[in-house]
Ligand binder design. Structure first.
Ligand SMILES: *Cc1c(COP(=O)(O)O)cnc(C)c1O
Length: 394
């Protein structure tokens, strides 16, 4: 592979390993283990495995390796470790590097399960977590201490679409010696420039745009070779959150089309947001790509686009929001995002249901808020569907 290849070329060729048959489409090595030529050879592999030498699928597998190398090439990372789900990646990245007594600073606006890991699990093991408003640099500066080991945030938060300034927060973190870990799901590998903006570790739920077709759960942790092989790999391979070879194949094939899909979905998301903004049935149309979004200049500088997800705050709260959801004929009521199919989620009653009402309110998860992940359908069809559903609900 050439380092000078552009993203579209890397997306279809990077990381390819061919067997003796010279297959065009990447092979699925559906095997847990690998045979050694001799006892001496087995001993040697356990001391140090070479590039194409594998031991056990929990440690590594040729199909999984292809996915790791392809996503690392796309993201501009030295190395990557693929995991069984996005949450295995988030929890693995954090727990592999932290120990009792450590301090972490995290943005408050997070996906429900990320919040659970930071709020409930880490504290159980003696890690102190300080939560801040991710959009307020003064709060980050005040919270990061000399003993802070890591800062964590979603570059665009789920589901309220707050944008965190990667470059500015990274500068504050690095000044105190803390690592910057970013859950970059909403930015997608297509728009991410997180490493050049200061990230040390980038995490994706591959379930979202990387598969992008609702078929499989997966995740990936990207970072320096040192961090991935010395910190993440020993933790993941011994605790068991590795990606299956079959999933890795799905994700490899997903990467081949991710640029086309995400750009098309983003263009439609902008068209839908523009068409619905100011609608009498809406309190607010939240989309980072709209000029009315408070961090629109930041998202344009950081990603160059607003992404594939918007949020609608529907007037009339839960009752009307449910009516709108139930009246849609194209958008599906579900909870994935980044899919080819448009999917709507009511966070207050699903992904963020467990949070107390006061916490929901402080995060902007209002009773009328609906998260909309835009798919590959025709933009005009989607706009007409939203307009008829908003009318039907009034
Ligand atoms: C979905 C999601 C996750 C979790 O990923 P899974 O693959 O479902 O485990 C983590 N963070 C964000 C921002 C997500 O949207």
């Amino acid at each position: 592979m050439s380092k000078d290849w552009k993203a579209a070329t890397k997306a279809v060729h990077a990381g390819t390993r061919r067997s003796q048959y010279g297959e065009v489409s990447e092979a699925i090595f559906l095997t847990q283990g690998f045979v050694y030529d001799s006892a001496e050879h087995a001993e040697q592999r356990f001391i140090a495995s070479g590039e194409d030498e594998f031991i056990y699928a929990r440690y590594g597998n040729p199909t999984v390796k292809m996915f790791e190398e392809r996503i690392a090439a796309l993201e501009g990372a030295e190395d990557a470790f693929a995991t069984a789900s996005g949450m295995a990646a988030v929890s693995g990245a954090l727990t592999s590097m932290l120990r009792a007594g450590d301090h972490v600073v995290s943005a408050r606006a997070l996906f429900g399960s990320c919040l659970y890991v930071l709020e409930e699990i880490l504290s159980r093991y003696g890690v102190e977590v300080t939560f801040v408003d991710g959009t307020d640099l003064a709060q980050w500066e005040a919270a990061i201490r000399p003993d802070t080991k890591a800062v964590f945030f979603e570059s665009i938060s789920n589901p309220t679409l707050e944008v965190v300034d990667i470059e500015a927060v990274s500068k504050l973190a690095h000044a105190k010696g803390a690592l910057v870990l970013i859950d970059n799901v909403f930015a997608t590998p297509v728009y991410s420039r997180a490493f050049s903006q200061g990230a040390d570790v980038v995490i994706y739920s591959a379930t979202k745009h990387i598969d992008g077709q609702g078929r499989a759960l997966g995740g990936v942790i990207l970072g320096s070779r040192e961090f991935i092989r010395k910190t993440v790999e020993p933790y993941m391979k011994h605790t068991g959150g590795s990606m299956s070879p079959f999933t890795a194949w799905i994700m490899l094939k997903g990467l081949e089309t991710i640029g086309l899909r995400v750009r098309a979905q983003t263009a439609t998301a902008l068209a839908v947001a523009q068409a619905l903004e100011g609608h009498a049935g809406l309190e607010q149309t939240i989309y980072p790509g709209l000029g009315s979004h408070p961090q629109n200049p930041l998202v344009q500088a950081q990603m160059g686009a607003g992404g594939t997800v918007l949020a609608l705050d529907i007037k009339g709260g839960k009752e009307v929001a449910f009516k709108v959801l139930n009246a849609l004929q194209i958008g599906l009521i579900s909870n994935n995002l980044g899919d080819t199919k448009t999917i709507l989620t009511h966070p207050a009653t699903t992904t963020h249901q467990r949070l107390p009402d006061a916490q929901k309110a402080s995060l902007g998860i209002t009773p009328g808020l609906v998260r909309v992940s835009i798919g590959l359908e025709d933009a005009d069809d989607l706009i007409a569907d939203f307009l008829q559903a908003l009318d039907a609900a009034r």
